[in-house]
Write a protein that binds this ligand. Sequence first.
Ligand SMILES: [Zn+2]
Length: 439
Amino acid sequence: MYFDDSQSQNLQNYEEEEEDSDDNYASNSVSPTTCSQGHRSTLVLQTKQGGSICLLCFSNLVSNPQFPTVHVSYALSQLSQAHSDPPFLRSLLTFHPQLLVSHLVQALASFDDYPIARQVVDLVIALCDSSDPSLSADFVARLSDRLSCGALAWSRRQVYTLHCLGVLLNSQQSNPYAHIRDKYGLITNLVSGLQLPSEEIRGEILFVLYKVSALQYASEDADGTDLLFSFCPKLVRLSLEALIKTQSDDVRLNCIALLTVLARRGLFGTIYALDLNSMSSSEGDRFGKATEDGKDVHPLNILFTEAIKGPLLSTDSQVQINTLDLLFHYMSCEGTSGREIQVLVEESIADYVFEILRLSECKDPVVKSCLQVLDILSKAEQAFKQRLVVGFATLVPVLHYVAEVPFHPAQSQTLKLILNCVSDCPGMLSPSHIKELVN
Ligand SMILES: [Zn+2]
């Protein structure tokens, strides 16, 4: 007996009722008795421990913010414990899945309480893992319905709904994207949520947008509509602004993952053109449109270079590598022009990459990612030449490293950069460089 609170009728049904469990526990785990609230017997499932859980009482309790959270937490822990018992789980999923799905989804938005949200998400995942894919599909449909519904104002409580949807979209279940009913409504609300001041919400939104975009492109709508693209350039501008603002590596990873999906689709060139059109059709000149609050609005390509500087300087090497990979896809996609590469070099991105290389201690995969980016940046010949002279000293130890690894993918890129530097600026080679190169 965990609680002795006679005022809570609902709670009684989660207590371990120490009845004669040998007599009461039946293999079908459906109790023949009603609960203390008089709910019908098919809703009352017996637990292996000899207690019983009335699913209707449970559902009412976990989705009503007026109940004390300690009771809600207790009820959730009892169901989590009972669900590991196969007969209980079978009865639960055979007879009452809808009841459970709707109330657990409701529970996520009912309490602004992290430990309870954690319990609900864990229970949802555990139920989905032990059921057929239709349960996960139901959860995805209901969670996304809540987020698609424009009537819901954004609040902190939606962080948990977003998080739970993100976890399910990230699971290996087949094509969760297909179960989002109002895709347009969902993305509309997510994009507008990116403007909220809460970094936590932005981080969760960026992850859901990343998963939705990746799943959308993997599943390709029959009519070939690119739903994400219809939200550009606004989506890209807000994502880049979120990336500039954040110091959190988790938020950075989510944002970079989303931008990488868009870059791999080759969308940036078209998005830039759309953005320039919208800027030139409004007041202000190309580089200095000012908003009503007096802030400058920069063209997207400038915003992009500003946004990736923070992640390139991150102490988390995974953030650095993912940002370098974003840069690689961004520059190598069909729609990106030489002008964008030139802008990146002029805005010092090559210096950042040389700096990552200098601090890499010649470790892969950082070396490989840096070299493939530098290789493309070198196409901006004149602008890049000055950067190469400065970064040359960091290339010498890298050459030693890649030369020692048979078939290292960065060998030819490293040699090419060194050759460019030696042939273009022979005067900058110091005797020590020459000695290092020939040794
Ligand atoms: Zn009941």
